[in-house]
Design a protein around this ligand. Structure first.
Ligand SMILES: [Zn+2]
Length: 298
């Protein structure tokens, strides 16, 4: 069925709410450089695509994209390059008001499907603060998993053997297993992100731009010394060590079959998270008990 809020008519909205068991998912990403081969919108493009695809496996209502996210805004940020960096306080306020609007439309459960690592810290703070005041819905977040490629696929192949990922040819299987054996570097604009973005927005991926800027870390002794002393600087100094906004071994040999398999696996995983969140009764019950106001939720 049509699960996207924006594509649903007002008349049909109640049917979507019922079918989703009052559960609404917000795809979340950011706008920032992803090496030279992936688009600025990588995180929200892949996040939105997988969140929607998962909703076709396990029905939830998919809210419009939360396009922005927490990206470095300081002098070391790679700009002007198309990145959009908003103050996190504004984003937290925006997210809270959007969640209240979702609740006002009759949803009791709100789940962010996050697709940008930089959002993890503030999402956790947001989730912790959510119950400081009474809201008419429970809030949680999960992630769109980029590690399905190559590592998740490697595990499946090792456990279940050749042919267990039907999208792949024997050559694709060999590439995946080699990447796993060599423990390739992943993180940002890496193999997994490239695979999911190829599925979500194939025309926006430019594999011919690989190899121009390195995705490997710079060795900066000063940053390492701080880390060794367990002194935490933002993102463990990521922006110093990866000045190309690219953290990963070049995904040489990646193709549309691997991309499709990655998208399927990431969608299935997210759909399982949707199902668990929909079935949970504990969070809602504890929230209702906490506010001693049964009518508040009715
Ligand atoms: Zn990303």
């Amino acid at each position: 069925m049509e699960t996207r809020w924006l594509h649903t008519s007002s008349e049909n909205f109640k049917y979507l709410r019922e079918a989703s068991e009052k559960t609404c998912v917000i795809p979340m990403g950011c706008i920032e450089k992803h090496g030279l081969h992936l688009p600025l919108g990588t995180d929200i493009l892949k996040g939105s695509y997988i969140a929607h695809r998962a909703s076709q496996l396990e029905t939830v209502c998919v809210f419009p994209d939360f396009t922005f996210g927490d990206t470095p805004r300081g002098p070391h940020a790679y700009r002007p390059d198309g990145s959009v960096c908003l103050d996190v306080r504004l984003q937290m306020l925006l997210l809270e008001q959007l969640c209240d609007e979702i609740a006002a439309n009759g949803f009791e459960k709100i789940l962010v499907a996050n697709s940008h690592g930089g959002n993890v810290s503030w999402l956790n703070t947001f989730a912790r603060n959510w119950n400081v005041k009474p809201h008419k819905a429970v809030f949680a977040w999960t992630k769109v998993d980029i590690k399905v490629a190559p590592f998740g696929m490697g595990e499946i192949l090792l456990q279940n053997g050749s042919g267990s990922i039907p999208e792949l040819t024997p050559e694709d299987e060999e590439l995946i297993l080699t990447c796993c054996r060599e423990k390739i570097l992943t993180g940002h604009a890496c193999f997994g992100e490239t695979a999911l973005t190829m599925a979500a927005a194939p025309d926006s991926v430019h594999l011919d731009r690989l190899g121009i800027e390195s995705g490997l870390p710079l060795d900066i002794p000063e940053v390492q010394k701080l880390a060794d002393a367990e002194i935490n600087i933002a993102d463990s100094g990521w922006e110093y060590r990866y000045p190309n906004w690219y953290s990963g071994t070049d995904p040489i040999g990646i193709n549309e079959r691997i991309a499709e398999a990655a998208a399927r696996l990431a969608s299935e995983k997210l759909a399982r998270a949707y199902k668990t969140f929909k079935e949970d009764t504990y969070l809602l019950r504890k929230t209702k008990e906490a506010y001693h106001d049964k009518a508040y939720f009715d």
